[in-house]
Structure formats: C-alpha cells, structure tokens
Ligand binder design. Structure first.
Ligand code: WTA
Length: 635
C-alpha cells in the first residue's frame, strides 16, 4: 500500500487512519519518498495553537524549484510542463517542456538577482495568465525571494495597498493583458499604484499586447532584453523548511487585506500530495485548472502541486465566453484534457448557454471534474455531471482556503462515492471538527456547526505578514486550541461534510472572497454618503451578489439616485476592482442597529434575499421602525 497514491476507498480509510493515529510518521514517509532535500529535518512537527506557532520539517533544507524542475530533467526533460493556451484561439498554443521551463526560470532568476533582489526580499507580481507569470513565481522561489502575486483584476489602489503592506522592492508586470475582446492597461495601473509606493525600486515589464506605454527612466525596464543576456544556470538558494515562500492576500471581515504567509517545505509536501490524490494524475495526463494564478488555487494547483509531480499543467489566458461560450469545451477537446478543475460560478454561467456549445465538442478525454471556491448548488452539480462528465467522470467538490494552502475536504475520485453538494471526506492528515456557539465540539453525525480543524497539516499558513496578533485573533481565538475556518458545515449520516457557507462578514461573489468592511470603507468616501452596509444575496450565476444599503448625508430628491449608484460603483472599482461592484443599491434613512450600535446584518441579509417571513425579534433594536421602511423600499 502506498501512502502517496490512494486508489480505492478501503485504502483511503486505512491511509486516513494512519495519518490521524500518527501524523508525524505519516508525513515523514511522504516527505522521504517523494521529494529532494538538501538536508533532512530534525523534527517533523512542532506546534502550539495557542501562540500560534507551527513548524513542519524543522531543520530541513531544500529549494522548492529543485523539486518542481531540476529533478524532472533526467526523466521528463522533453515532457510538456506548461501548456499555454492564449486568449485568441488563432494564436498558437505553446508547449513549454520541463527543460525549457528550467532554463527560463533560471534566466529569470538571474535577472532578478542582477536587479538586486536577494533572499527574503518581497517581489510583487502583477501579470496576466501568461507563462511569464508562472516563471516569475518560480524565479522568485529559485533565489528565495518572497513572491506576492496580486490578481491582475485588482485596481491601482488595491495593488498599492498590497505592495506597501509587504514592502515590495520590485514589481513584475506586463504592458497589458488580453481578456476576451478587450485589452487592459496593466502598466498604466502599476504606474498609478506606484505613485503611492516608495518601497519599489524596479519594475520589469513583459511585452504582451504591444501597446504604447511609458517607461519611467531608472525604474522601468523591459524584461526580454535582460532575459536574453542572462545565464540559464542559477544555483538554487538553499532554504530552511520554514522560510517564507510567498505572501498571498485574502479579504477579511475587517479592514486591510490579510497577507497570508506560506512557508516552504510543508506547503510543497501538502500541495504535491493532494494534487496527486485529488486529481489522480497519471504520467501522460493533461491537467487543466481554470483559476488565475493570482488566487491560491492557481498557486497550489497550476504551479506548485502539478510541477512537483512532473505533470503537464495547462494555463489559459482568456475567458470562458470568448470567442464564444464553447471555449472551455473546445480547449478540452483540442488538448485532450484529462482533469478539469473550475469554479461553480463558471459552471452556472455556461449551463445557461445553449447545450450545442458543449455537444459540438469531444469531451471523452475527461476523467476527473473538479469544483472549488464556493458551495456548488445541486443544479450546477448535475449539469456538470450529466453534460460534461457524461456521468462517467467523478465530480470532486474540493473545499479549502487561501489559509489552508491545499485542498482539505474532497472526494478521492474513483475511491470516494460522490454526493451532490458534498465535499465528502477529509483528506489524510486533516482532522475537521464541528463546534457549537458555546465552544463545544459537536459529536456524532447528522449535525451542523462551525467548521474547525483541530490538528495542524503541513500547508497551514503560518502567520499574517506583519501582524501575528491578527492571525491569532482571526483563526485561533474563536475556539480554544483549534483553527477556525470561518465556514459553517454539516456532517451527514455517513460522516460526509457539506460546506454551507461563511459565518462571518466575508461574501463569496463568483468565487472571490470579498470582505464587507473594505467595500463599505470605499463607499463611505463618496461625499454624499453618510453610512453604508453591504450584505450578500443569492444570485443565479455569481452564487452571491452584493446588496448595499446606503444612508445619504442629505435626503430628498436633490440628487439623481441612478447617477449616485454609478458613482458609488465607480469608487468601489477604483478602490478594490470591478469584482466588488454592487448589484443593488438601496438608499435608506437608517440601518437597523443593536443598542450598542452594531448593524444587524442578519436582518439586512434576510431582506435582501427576500426572506422576510422570519426576521426574528426586532423589538430590541435601537430603531425597530427602520426595518419596515427598508422592507417597503426594497429593490
Ligand atoms: C469557500 C479558495 C464550499 C469557503 C480555495 C472558504 C467553498 C472560502 C469551497 C475560501 C467548496 C472554497 N465548497 N465553499 N468546495 N471551496 N469555499 O481563500 O467559504 O479564495 O472559506 O480559497 O471559499 O476562499 P479562498
């Protein structure tokens, strides 16, 4: 029996049991057998959730890129590592072999060094989904620089906040990006952001769309000429197991985005292990994850997990609707994709279109269909299963988070029987528990509660960049000695988990986590706005959409409400990005508040979701009369 590759249900249970009875032995075996180390660890695990402090493979030395690149050169040098499918289907796909990727990453790493980047420096990466993005990530890892990838859909303000928070010395970007029929002026956004970032010394620019951009002398340079001059050999920086590998920002319920810090060895071991098992990847398979590398899914399951297994990982630059709604299915047919990993919001959007788009393509190569980012509703699950998988490819509903680094709860395809809307069972090493509001663990099955994890796993984020206190408060304070996920879940009669959604003020819109506080802060900057509250409401395609309740400083009809709505969404786009725009904005004279002045979002959520039959007791509110007013003026 191999711990590393689970093939049937009995094996899953055996491996799982082993991983819980003796986690250290379990992970030690996985780490020993499947990775290249420069020095062995002194201890497998040291942990204390009360501080919290977590060390995996302490004392070990390694470089993750040796595991993702160098060690494949002998056996897989000519195998395609990255299969790049451009936005425009007329442009040829690129097959980048492991050998080429190795050389390009090394050259890129040498360029970074030549620009003064050293181990531990932070490098911000703001690039579209082109091969240079994956290469940039790996080049940083090669020399021990900490990458901070910012999704290239974020605005200049959001980018500046992230650059400043982690004090990045360099920004890697492109002249622009292609998205369907549109182009986006990425360099212009970077220029605007950098007006507020004094920490950035250098900007390297990839030429992608050939647009006219301005290069600031002494700061900006084109990447290609530097790469052309660089050596394709760069000795890897030898890292400690717990040296930071990257920072990735995620929204929280309050204020600033949280820069989650992932470290080297544990992250590598866990993402590689879960990639192998959750996708059942076999040597000649073509694997495609449609996420953007700007999110954790792309970090773990486009770049690190697949490459650590010597896989062929497809990177797609475009969008599912361009040139038409058949693009995903066309790509699957064209490249004979075996594992396909996408988000419920994409499935719902494509399910709305004519079935012709699907049926005109041969999808018979598919073996595994993944879903991630938000709960997948029953209808979307069945559509995916019937029309894409033809009931032959298991659907793996994978639950995890930026903070967890890798997939936590998911079926193992061809082993775990699937059940619509259920993420099913914890992967080896993961010990989930459900907690009640009083902090007690809920035992038994057919129960629901707050989802916590009671034992560390190798890829848990170790801290929030520059704010360990917030890390402790957010994840380790709600329940003693447990990591709190922020999600609610239920456990069915056989122990399968179903994630029911966030229990905090994070709203997941089209699979993107959005904190309510940063959006409210943005809106409140509008000179006409006195106060605002954002809640989520159910939406056919996005899963949840945003509903804003806004109190104006001056009431009356003096301002055109439609113009105000546009201006409010414009401010949100500038501060965060178009993904955070509100679908509905209701102007109101008040917001329901408790006597201590806290906004009762529960009530606002119910009204926005048309669920006013059971608002609960409103008499204890400071201003119960506004509830009726809000209901009457609901959009
Ligand atoms: C939600 C994405 C239900 C959940 C990898 C979690 C899910 C948040 C699922 C993390 C799923 C993710 N079923 N909900 N399969 N996967 N979520 O950090 O609320 O972008 O806490 O990580 O997405 O989102 P993040």
């Amino acid at each position: 029996m191999s711990n590393y590759h689970i093939k049937h249900l009995e094996e899953y249970y055996q491996v799982y049991r082993k991983s819980v009875i003796n986690p250290e032995n379990f992970w030690q075996e996985v780490a020993e057998e499947h990775f290249v180390w420069r020095k062995r660890w002194d201890s497998v695990l040291e942990w204390d959730f009360t501080k919290p402090e977590i060390n995996w493979f302490k004392g070990a030395k390694l470089n993750i890129t040796e595991n993702c690149l160098d060690r494949h050169l002998l056996t897989r040098g000519d195998k395609t590592a990255i299969l790049f499918e451009p936005n425009n289907p007329e442009e040829e796909a690129q097959h980048i072999s492991y050998k080429e990727l190795y050389e390009k990453v090394n050259a890129f790493a040498n360029v970074l060094k030549s620009q003064g980047i050293k181990k531990g420096d932070r490098v911000c990466i703001y690039l579209p989904m082109i091969p240079e993005l994956a290469m940039a990530v790996l080049a940083c890892a090669r020399i021990g620089a900490i990458h901070s990838v910012v999704f290239a859909g974020f605005s200049a303000t959001a980018l500046a906040t992230r650059i400043n928070d982690s004090d990045c010395k360099m920004v890697l970007t492109a002249d622009g990006s292609f998205r369907g029929a549109k182009t986006i002026d990425l360099k212009g956004i970077v220029d605007e952001a950098l007006n507020d970032c004094s920490c950035v010394e250098n900007v390297l620019v990839v030429k992608r769309i050939n647009s006219d951009i301005t290069m600031q002398k002494g700061r900006d340079q084109w990447l290609q000429p530097l790469l052309d001059k660089a050596s394709t050999v760069c000795e890897p920086e030898i890292m400690d197991a717990e040296d930071p590998l990257f920072i990735l920002y995620t929204s929280g319920s309050t204020g600033m985005p949280k820069g989650m810090v992932h470290t080297t060895a544990g992250y590598m071991v866990y993402t590689a292990y879960t990639f192998k098992n959750v996708f059942q990847y076999k040597e000649n398979d073509v694997y495609w994850c449609t996420a953007d590398i700007g999110w954790i899914t792309g970090h773990s399951y486009i770049v690190y997990g697949p490459l650590a297994n010597g896989a062929t990982t497809l990177m797609f630059e475009g969008v599912p609707s361009y040139p038409d709604y058949g693009r995903f299915w066309e790509i699957i047919e064209k490249h004979k994709v075996n594992q396909f990993y996408t988000a419920p919001t994409a499935i719902r959007a494509l399910a709305k279109e004519k079935l012709d788009y699907v049926e005109s393509h041969d999808l018979s190569s598919l073996k595994v269909l993944g879903s991630v980012g938000e709960p997948i509703n029953e209808e979307a699950w069945h559509w995916y299963n019937d029309n894409i998988g033809k009931k032959k490819s298991p659907i793996i509903d994978t639950w995890w988070q930026t903070e967890t680094g890798g997939i936590m709860i998911s079926p193992v395809p061809y082993a775990t029987p699937t059940k619509p809307t259920y993420a099913t069972l914890p992967l080896p090493g993961i010990q989930p528990v459900l907690m009640d509001e009083n902090g007690n663990e809920i035992n038994g099955n057919q129960v629901d509660g707050r989802l916590c994890i009671k034992f560390p796993w190798p890829s848990i984020a170790r801290t929030i960049w520059g704010n360990h206190k917030r890390y402790k408060e957010t994840y380790f304070s709600a329940f003693e000695n447990k990591y709190f996920t922020g999600d609610g879940a239920l456990r069915d009669e056989v122990g399968y988990y179903r994630i029911t959604g966030r229990v905090d003020d994070v709203i997941i819109v089209s699979g993107h986590n959005l904190g309510t506080a940063p959006i409210e802060d943005a809106i409140n900057e509008h000179p006409a706005v006195a106060e605002s509250a954002i809640v989520g409401f159910p939406h056919d395609i996005k899963g949840s959409a945003l509903y804003g309740y806004v109190i104006l400083k001056e009431t009356g009809e003096s301002r055109n409400h439609d113009n105000l709505r546009k201006e409010i969404n414009q401010i949100i786009t500038e501060h965060i990005g178009p993904i955070a725009k509100l679908d509905k904005i209701q102007f109101t004279v008040g917001l329901p508040k408790t006597r201590s002045g806290k906004i009762m979002r529960r009530i606002l959520r119910k009204i926005a979701g048309n669920d006013i039959s059971n608002l609960g007791d409103t008499s204890t509110l400071l201003n119960p009369e506004v509830v009726q007013e809000i209901i009457e003026n609901k959009l």
